[in-house]
Design a protein around this ligand. Structure first.
Ligand code: SF4
Length: 335
């Protein structure tokens, strides 16, 4: 059986159940790399130029860890998923960049997704990927339909049941579901609701963000993330703040951040990667919105390979402390 390797990085958190369903329907076996570790990051960093963003360094490290474990590595080139929205240049050239920096990689299975080129081009791209396993267009179409259904139920699992991608993937793959962290750090008064927004590959890679979500839960916070919103809620916030999305994943950043800034959370934490052009622009929009509103606290944490764990913890504690002081002051004014 052909073994397809899927790196546990970048778009894995958004699309893994969909890709896995597609390949398995066509008779292939899917393996993923292990969660990011210090070694994964170090190996990835050694292969690319210094100013490459952290998520791409992590991605290269994951590809390296799959080199001896599969017959092909699946790396899509996603240009656009909606009309007149565009992806960051790193995603466009991901298969070519990987070939250049990991020459020992098994053959790369790639697909170009660009809805701006029309449905016919999209269908041809899907068939081009599927025919590596089955020449029959009907079989490829069935696999694509099953994959889309898997994607819809994955998104539904997150927005309707309030699961994170990691929990939803555990449910789908039959792994024991990781439960939210129990409050265990008592130095800060609990009960804040905090939204954490940003790209899924920064929010859910627990090595690069030093288990930020888990830590917030240990501090007693209820944590909300972009996937827990419906598409309509995120689109409405984008429309209010910028009119029309330009970037493919703008709804996860501006959409989710804009929605949570207006909706019953005590604070919003934006996570971005150092050197990321799209994130710098999107976080600035949210920073200004938070400044205009002056009701919901906002903090942006920038991650890179040199970010220290202590620095992240200190900022989290200071942010939570500020929120609890604000809440106490509000209560005092009401009495
Ligand atoms: S959007 Fe930013 S963080 Fe993501 S791959 Fe592009 S440059 Fe890197």
């Amino acid at each position: 059986m052909t073994i397809i390797g899927i790196p546990r990085a970048l778009l894995y958190y958004q699309y893994y159940p969909m890709w896995k369903t597609f390949f398995e329907h066509l008779g292939a076996e899917v393996v993923t790399s292990e969660p990011t570790s210090r070694t994964t990051l170090a190996k990835g960093t050694a292969r690319v130029v210094a100013d490459t963003c952290l998520p791409v360094k992590v991605f290269v490290g994951h590809v390296l860890s799959l080199v001896d474990k599969c017959d092909y590595i699946f790396i899509p080139a996603i240009r656009s998923l909606k009309s007149r929205t565009y992806n960051c240049a790193k995603f466009l050239g991901l298969p070519d960049m990987t070939r250049a920096v990991v020459p020992e990689s098994p053959p790369i299975l790639e697909i170009e997704i660009d809805v701006n080129r029309g449905k016919r081009y999209l269908y041809q791209s899907i068939y081009g990927l599927g025919r590596h396993f089955n020449w029959n267009p009907l079989r490829v179409r069935e696999a694509a339909t099953a994959a889309m259904e898997a994607f819809i139920s994955y998104r539904g699992l997150m927005s309707e049941s309030g699961l994170t991608p990691l929990q939803a993937i555990d449910d789908i793959t039959g792994a024991p579901r990781r439960e939210p962290g129990e409050p265990s750090i008592t130095s800060i008064t609990p009960s804040a609701t905090i939204a954490v927004i940003g790209h899924a590959y920064l929010l859910y890679d627990e090595h690069v963000n030093y288990e930020l979500i888990h830590r917030l839960e240990q501090y007693g916070a209820r944590v909300l993330t972009p996937e827990m919103l419906t598409e309509h809620e995120r689109e409405a916030a984008v429309a209010r703040l910028v009119g029309r999305a330009y970037w493919t994943y703008e709804e996860d950043v501006v959409g989710a951040g804009g929605h949570y800034l207006q909706n019953e959370v005590d604070g919003v934490i934006g996570i971005m990667a150092f050197g990321c052009g799209p994130d710098s622009l999107m976080m600035e929009i949210l920073r200004r919105e938070a400044g205009n509103q002056q009701t919901t606290a906002f903090m942006c944490i920038t991650l890179e390979e040199h970010t220290s764990e202590t620095g992240v913890i200190t900022r989290l504690e200071a942010f939570l402390d500020m929120i609890h002081r604000r809440k106490r002051r509000r209560v005092a004014l009401c009495v």
